[in-house]
Write a protein of this length. Sequence first.
Length: 187
Amino acid sequence: MLVAIGSNLASTYGDPATSIDCAINRLSECSFDIHRVSSLYETPAFPKGAGPNFLNGAVSVQFPGSADEALTVLLEIEAEFGRDRSKRWGPRTLDLDLIADAQKILPNRKTFLRWMELTPELQSIKAPKELILPHPRLHERAFVLVPLAEISPDWCHPILNKTAVELRDNLPPEALAEVVRVSGPGM
C-alpha cells in the first residue's frame, strides 16, 4: 500500500515536520509494516491560497487487513492528531491518504473513472463516500507524485498504465518546481 502524508498546521505532537514523524511512528504501532519513507517536500497549499505551505511525503507500507480497514485506521490516526474535516481542502494538522493498494482498482473500474473524470468545480464540493483506489487525482498532483516516485518509482497506475516516475515526468515543469525537498537522505 502507498500512503501520502502531509501537514501544514501544528498538532498536539508539534509542528508539521514533528507531526509527520510522529504519525509514521503511529502507523508502525497500528500494524502497518513500514517499507520505505520518502524525503519531506515543501509544497504550496492545494488549492493555491488555501493556507500555509504543506510538508508532504509518502510511505510504502504493508497492512494485514483490507484497504478499507487500512483507511479506517488512517482516519483514526488523523483524528488523534486533531484533523478537522469541516472544510474540503482546508489546512490540516495531518493528512493520511491511501493512494494505492498494489494494482487494485476499488470499488470498480466504472466508479473509479467517474471520479477521475470529475470536473475541477465538482471536485471542490463532492467527496466519495467509499474508498476509491488508486486515488483518482494522484496523477495530477506533484505533491503526491514527487515523493511517490522516490519510494516506489516502478509502481504502475492500473488504469493509466504509467509508472510513478512517468506520471511525475508528465507534469508541467512549473508544477514540479513548486515541490522543494526540505529533508531526507543526503541533506
